[in-house]
Design a protein around this ligand. Structure first.
Ligand code: FES
Length: 180
């Protein structure tokens, strides 16, 4: 089967062999094709780095869904990148618990240190930054996700350490879960 769709860069997109296998395995686990939408978008993002409109159309074709439905779902979830993220993608929660515990100050601190605001990518591609809604860890607010790592119970010092580690290429480790 050669389902291909042009990406925004003009290249035809299709699942590669590894992703296709994961896609087929996923199809077997869910009762309907519609239920496979979120994992299929995730697989596409893992392969391509971000999810373009063309990729959404490809997924719609593979799952017999309307492109508009796929687009609306992809837009809703901030875990899907709609354009190439920086090497370190910072997602700072701005919902109630994190707001009450000072995420506004942390946003300003992050902007100061990396030189960009929400929705932007640094010129060197090292950082991208966005504010997102609840990351599901309200008990450890304020919270920021850096790529796949949850950084919790944030303080100004912790944020500065995280940014420093990203710059130096040091691996970020998740701390054990739990409130302060
Ligand atoms: S409000 Fe920030 S993690 Fe829930």
């Amino acid at each position: 089967m050669t389902d291909t769709t042009k990406t925004s860069k003009g290249k035809a997109f299709a699942f590669d062999e590894k992703t296709e296998k994961a896609f087929q395995d996923t199809l077997k686990k869910y009762p309907t094709k519609m239920a496979v939408l979120l994992p299929a978008l995730w697989l596409a993002q893992e392969q391509n780095g971000h999810v373009t409109t063309e990729i959404m159309e490809y997924i719609a074709g593979r799952l017999d869904l309307s492109p508009v439905h796929v687009y609306s779902i992809a837009q809703f979830y901030t875990m899907y990148h709609k354009r190439p993220p920086g090497r370190h993608h910072l997602q700072l929660c701005r919902t109630l618990s994190c707001t009450l515990r000072g995420c506004e100050n942390l946003r300003e601190l992050i902007e100061k240190h990396i030189g960009i605001g929400p929705g932007e990518v640094t010129e060197d591609g090292l950082f991208s930054f966005e504010e997102v809604e609840c990351l599901g860890s309200c008990g450890t607010a304020p919270v920021m996700r850096v790529n796949d790592v949850y950084c919790e119970n944030l303080t100004r010092e912790k944020v500065e350490q995280i940014i420093g580690k990203c710059r130096s290429g040091e691996k970020l480790e998740e701390e054990p879960m739990g409130p302060n």
